[in-house]
Design a protein around this ligand. Structure first.
Ligand code: 2DT
Ligand code: MG
Length: 212
């Protein structure tokens, strides 16, 4: 079997609109894994370091224009190019924690005019399926009062509202909706205990494929 005696790693995704504290919670969970001697790797999507990621970065910063379908496919390709690494890590017992994943891909594109969720999901169909998705839920008005949005494309209140609506449609049983307005340590404790409970259940099971 591909699974080693210590079992496979777990695949965790953090999702949500901007300013919900995804990156903070991701980092706190990664640190917790490290301090408890678990093997862990941290991924962020988009991964702006690859060739594909550099085009995405330039697009997000408004330095270049890309057709909406085309950029959707680039975001998806940016995940697929990471799959060999992710799969290998998981199989060798390293857990992988991801800051955004395919749900961001669908939510942000389907928020645009003329796109539907079915079309948006298709390119990501078959990706490794997270064992759990933490959705950090925050109302747009609360997100805006936390700190002003930056200058990147999509960082506008009206668009974020539309993104939140699509996320609502995507929620499934593998999601944990986390109230992002609470104290960050409290949120971390909740996430940690959910992950600990999950670990033993998934360790010796195969990774599933997304949306198949
Ligand atoms: P960060 O601010 O988290 O770096 O995200 N996005 C992200 C998409 O439109 N499609 C995707 O597939 C992904 C992963 C969300 C940068 C922005 O890119 C958006 C915010
Ligand atoms: Mg951002």
């Amino acid at each position: 079997s591909l699974l080693s005696r210590k079992g496979r790693g777990i695949l965790v995704a953090f999702e949500g609109c901007d300013r919900g504290g995804k990156s903070t919670q991701c980092k706190m969970l990664v640190d917790y894994f490290k301090t408890t001697g678990r093997d862990v790797a941290h991924f962020s999507f988009p991964d702006r370091t690859t060739i594909i990621g550099q085009s995405i970065d330039s697009y997000l910063q408004g330095k270049s224009e890309l057709e909406d379908h085309a950029v959707h496919l680039l975001f998806s390709a940016n995940r697929w190019e990471a799959v060999p690494k992710i799969t290998q890590l998981i199989e060798r017992g390293t857990s992988v924690i991801m800051d955004r994943y395919a749900f961001s891909g669908v939510a942000f594109t389907a928020a645009k005019k003329g796109f539907d969720v079915t079309w948006c999901k298709y390119p990501d169909r078959g990706l490794p399926c997270p064992d759990i998705v933490f959705y950090l839920e925050i109302a747009t008005k609360d997100a805006m009062s936390r700190a002003s949005f930056g200058n990147e494309r999509y960082e506008k209140a009206e668009f974020q509202e539309r993104v939140a609506k699509v996320y609502k449609e995507l929620k499934s049983d593998d999601w944990r909706v986390v109230d992002a307005l609470r104290d960050m340590n409290e949120i971390h404790e909740e996430i940690k205990s959910t992950v600990i409970k999950l670990e033993d259940n998934v360790k010796y099971s195969e990774l599933k494929n997304l949306w198949t």
